[in-house]
Design a protein around this ligand. Structure first.
Ligand code: FES
Ligand SMILES: [Fe+2]
Length: 399
């Protein structure tokens, strides 16, 4: 297959495309639950325009946005205790998508009986609402440790990225960028800003291992022993393309990437922070914005997330992989692409791709991923994310 064709296969996520089929085997986070208020909410996922709503009784519904009558947006509709009502002529849909009322029609009209729209499974877990757009029966929503562990309080930063999902997911299969983008480049920026320089480290070696939930990435820093958690255990990129990493201090971050369509992606910087001894559990997940640019249109280059967003976005709306020149240090990226092609072959054979969970015994009480518990690099001199979220959270944690 030509490089351009291979690139199209891995990047396009619309219905009926190979990667679109693959992505529809997975549950995707569509919003933090605290962001869904009383009103219907417009959601775009895998190129489909949808409306998420919570009936006044609490149940969640997810349906296509376009009303099947004459096309008004159901996101402008009314939520009732037993369904979603179109604002235009009052057609009402229940959670299954069945039309149950067409009030402008004569009382004896049977029209509503033959009107049924799609409705998609939706679940809440870990403070996020997750949707499944694939064929039924839906697999289980994976209960990863950081989503369900009772010892954590949670916050999530959200980046709205105007580029394809794959160049975002590839970032974590590329350990060497940490040395350059996060250490060397940070010091370049810090020198300009007059901020203290941070301690840079170098990789002695890296390694990868494919396992059922994803690809484990291991790194050995120069000067560390092979007994270090980062080499012995490492951390995974889980299918279809979410990083799970440990930060100094022991908190777990999952970078959840959700393809909105071919050229837009949501990143959830989902943090599960071990609660301080004796502290009361937080009542809800905290949500903050992690923008690509500041209010002057500049990239946010003095924090780790901002640096990542800059290099992900500047590869183009869909990175042209036919013009790349890969080296040894891109071994992880090449492995990830190869694995994705293998998953597409599995689907063609009628099999589930790796990472699809259907056995409740594997999912309960939770899925514990291989994950280093102790990482040994000093990030005290560089921020993980922009000020407006991070400082608040640190203050909260201290209170
Ligand atoms: S367009 Fe929705 S009820 Fe008419
Ligand atoms: Fe990074």
């Amino acid at each position: 297959m030509a490089a351009n064709d291979r690139n199209a296969v891995l990047t396009r996520v619309g219905k009926g495309t190979p990667m679109g089929k693959y992505m529809r085997f997975f549950w995707h986070a569509i919003t933090p639950d605290v962001n869904l208020r009383d009103e219907p909410m417009r959601v775009r996922l895998l190129g489909e325009d949808l409306v998420l709503y919570r009936e006044t009784g609490g149940k969640l519904g997810l349906v296509p946005e376009r009303c099947p009558h004459r096309g008004a947006s159901l996101a402008c509709g009314m939520v009732e205790k037993d369904g979603l009502v179109c604002a235009y002529h009052g057609w009402k849909f229940d959670l299954t998508g069945q039309c149950v009322d067409t009030p402008a029609e004569p009382a004896d009209s049977k029209l509503k009986e033959r009107i049924k729209i799609a409705s998609y499974p939706v679940q809440e877990l870990g403070g996020l609402i997750w949707a499944y757009l694939g064929e039924l029966p839906a697999p289980l929503l994976p209960r990863y440790e950081y989503l369900v562990g009772e010892e954590f309080d949670r916050d999530v930063g959200i980046s709205v990225m105007p580029c394809n999902w794959l160049q975002i997911a590839e970032n974590n299969m590329d350990p060497y960028h940490v040395e350059h983008l996060h250490f060397r480049y940070t010091n370049y920026i810090h020198a300009k800003l007059g901020k203290p320089l941070i301690k840079a480290r170098k990789h002695a070696k890296v390694d990868y291992e494919v396992f059922e939930h994803g690809i484990i990435k291991r790194r050995l820093w120069v000067g560390d022993s092979e007994d270090s958690d980062e080499w012995k255990i490492g951390h995974p990129q889980i299918w279809p393309g979410h990083a799970v990493i440990t930060y100094p201090g022991g908190w777990i971050q999952s970078q959840i990437r959700v393809p909105v369509d071919d050229t837009n992606t949501l990143i959830y910087w989902y943090n599960a922070r071990p609660r301080k001894a004796g502290a009361a559990p937080a009542k809800r997940i905290r949500v903050w914005e992690n923008p690509l640019r500041d209010t002057r249109g500049q990239y946010l280059t003095d924090n780790l997330n901002g640096q990542d967003l800059m290099v992900m976005y500047t590869q183009g709306d869909i990175s042209d992989r036919s013009t790349e020149n890969l080296g040894q240090s891109d071994r992880g990226v090449a492995l990830y692409r190869r694995c994705l092609h293998e998953q597409l072959e599995r689907i063609e054979r009628g099999e589930d791709p790796m990472g699809v969970v259907r056995d409740p015994a594997l999912n309960e009480p939770f899925i514990k991923l291989p994950l280093e518990r102790h990482v040994d690099y000093d990030l005290s001199g560089v921020q993980a994310s922009p000020d407006h979220g991070w400082d608040d959270l640190e203050k909260d944690a201290a209170e």
